[in-house]
Design a protein around this ligand. Structure first.
Ligand code: ZN
Length: 460
């Protein structure tokens, strides 16, 4: 079953074929592959019983957090940052960033995400960003790396940088890695949050983003507390403030947008900015349930993502697809709020837009880059398959991904990586994470958490 996802999401070739030459797709069609193509193929992969689809784009994550996942469950965003992410990130060394990111890229690939947009905002060593880029290159995933920063209070002072350093380092990384519009690893700007970034820095990077042909990736209106902080400081909600300082435009990628009001959505729509939706993280941190159907009604381009492994706690894009649909049904009490085709449109067309690779990824069509996944549909929790789009969104999970091809290279075959020793990587990461916490004297096995039951007992 081939799902081309080429501008519309209804077409299924059953059977069908995809012919890849080098790093691109050369032909896609219905029926058995023509004899001429079969005869010219170096390798034929039998996809019987499998859904053949474009690789997913995970449009927002923080892969250094693979070493920190599960450390501070059951907390809202700001408490979670204080309890786990800040203290954990402070004790990570450059080599920890490499291993943590490699594990994260591998998890993304194994779950079917062939493109990953990672925002690293921990610049405690000048080369953390290089370590993550090296890990991306080693993994074989297509990566767009938002070089994160904060440069003012009240963000944690240990993570703040000077604007000069932010500009100098981002320029260095862009020159080193953005060797072409399709290079496998590229950098863009990643201001962390409006409340941690100076107005003049945001205006400068907006100008440079246009000059260097890159994007600007920022968290926005994730929690009600942050909207209130913006109101207290500027008298404006966060998206209004970005518009007010003159930087809201089509290079900006706004992550979350949980608490946008109607007028802010109109501003974002007319600016042509992209919103990245992270439903599992929004549930995990109890941030809220954004009005995704309202974004779509306004034509706001929308991509989907897991968010970091610290607030999800996995990197399973197939899980994200299901929650995207279900949460909007729940929010609107309308079972038709989003169809599987709508969810795939966000995952693929929105994801391609987030990667600055419009039309080049997220579809199976001649000339597109050959990022392809095979999902095993002959499993008890999926079969029988009547509508493959529905099976992908509502039944499949990351473990069902059988084969992963990126830029024409087979990186996973029958669930096994072809280019990396997965078991060894997991063991190396476990060892490095344990050593990291031992070095810092941090006790990770804390006292049992208060449960709802024990809380109510205390109260009674
Ligand atoms: Zn995030």
């Amino acid at each position: 079953m081939v799902l081309p996802c080429d501008g519309e999401y209804r077409t299924v070739h059953r059977p069908g074929y995809v012919f890849i030459r080098g790093e691109r797709i050369e032909a896609v069609g219905a029926g058995p592959a023509p004899e001429g193509l079969r005869a010219g193929a170096d390798e034929i992969i039998n996809a019987a019983g499998k859904i053949v689809a474009p690789g997913f784009v995970n449009a927002h994550t923080h892969l250094f957090q693979t070493f920190l996942r599960g450390l501070a469950d059951d907390k809202p965003l700001l408490e979670w940052l204080e309890a786990a992410i800040w203290p954990g990130a402070l004790v990570m060394k450059e080599e920890d960033f490499y291993l943590a990111a490699l594990l994260g890229f591998v998890e993304n690939l194994k779950c079917g995400a062939t493109s990953v947009l990672d925002q690293d905002y921990v610049q405690t060593s000048p080369h953390n960003a290089d370590a993550i880029a090296e890990a991306a290159a080693r993994s074989g995933a297509r990566a767009f790396l938002a070089r994160g920063f904060a440069d003012r209070d009240p963000y944690h002072p240990a993570f703040q940088e000077t604007p000069e350093r932010v500009l100098r380092e981002t320029e260095r990384l862009v020159k080193k890695w953005n060797t072409g519009p399709e290079s496998m690893v590229r950098f863009e700007f990643g201001p962390l949050i409006p409340w941690g970034c100076r107005q003049d820095t945001l205006q400068t990077i907006d100008r440079l983003a246009h000059e260097w042909d890159i994007g600007v990736h920022i968290h926005l209106s994730e929690t009600r507390a942050e909207v209130q902080m913006s109101m207290d400081e500027t008298g404006m909600t966060p998206a209004r403030w970005l518009h007010h300082i003159g930087v809201l435009n089509d290079r900006w990628q706004l992550v979350h947008g949980v608490w946008l009001d109607d007028e802010e959505m109109d501003l974002i729509a007319s600016a042509g900015a992209l919103i990245i939706h992270c439903p599992v993280s929004n549930m995990y941190l109890a941030s809220g349930n954004p009005a995704v159907t309202e974004w779509r009604r306004r034509g706001i381009p929308t991509a989907l993502a897991t968010d970091g492994p610290g607030s999800n706690n996995s990197q399973d894009m197939l899980e994200v697809l299901k929650f995207t649909a279900c949460l909007q049904k729940l929010r609107t009490l309308d079972a038709m709020a989003l169809f599987p085709e709508d969810v795939l449109d966000m995952a693929y067309a929105g994801g391609a837009r987030a990667m600055f690779l419009d039309g080049k990824i997220g579809r199976l069509a001649p000339g597109a880059l050959a990022d392809v996944i095979l999902v095993d549909a002959m499993r008890p929790h999926i079969a029988p398959v009547h509508v493959p789009q529905s099976a992908l969104v509502y039944n499949a999970n990351g473990n069902d991904v059988d084969t992963v091809i990126v830029a024409g290279k087979v990186l996973m075959r029958e669930g096994r990586l072809t280019h990396l020793d997965e078991r060894r990587l997991v063991e190396d990461c476990q060892r490095a994470a344990e050593a990291m916490f031992a070095r810092a004297g941090i006790q990770v096995n804390g006292p049992p958490r208060t449960t709802l039951l024990s809380r109510s007992r205390t109260a009674s």
